[in-house]
Write a protein that binds this ligand. Structure first.
Ligand code: TYC
Length: 103
């Protein structure tokens, strides 16, 4: 719906529906070298998991090859991937993460 406010001269659009952003899964990928404790720390610090959930997710990735660390809007998901990748490289680990769109 178009609307003209009295004095701004700016047209705005009023909509009755709300747009929600596309969400992205951040996936952790298994490898043979990154220590389990590092992955658990990543899940706690960057993905705000509790200790037990972090351990479960890490073990699931270790056994199945990949798993969801968290679900975020695109910018947040890409930032998590970049921050965690940088931290892993600093510590000399090859940990891999990817962001993929949901649905
Ligand atoms: N497989 C690793 C090990 O045995 C642990 C690990 C889990 C690494 C999850 C990466 O995304 C990962 N030390």
């Amino acid at each position: 719906t178009r609307r003209n406010t009295p004095d701004s001269g700016t047209q705005t659009l009023d909509r009755t529906t709300t747009q929600r952003p596309r969400l992205y899964r951040v996936l952790l990928i298994n490898d043979d070298y990154t220590p389990m404790d590092f992955v658990v720390m990543v899940l706690e610090r960057y993905f705000r998991k509790g200790e037990q959930e972090a351990e479960l997710v890490m073990l699931a990735v270790h056994h199945k090859g990949r798993g969801v660390a968290g679900v975020y809007t695109r910018e947040v998901a890409e930032t998590k991937v970049a921050q965690v990748t940088a931290h892993a490289r600093q510590d000399g680990y090859p940990l891999m993460l990817v962001a993929e769109p949901e649905g």
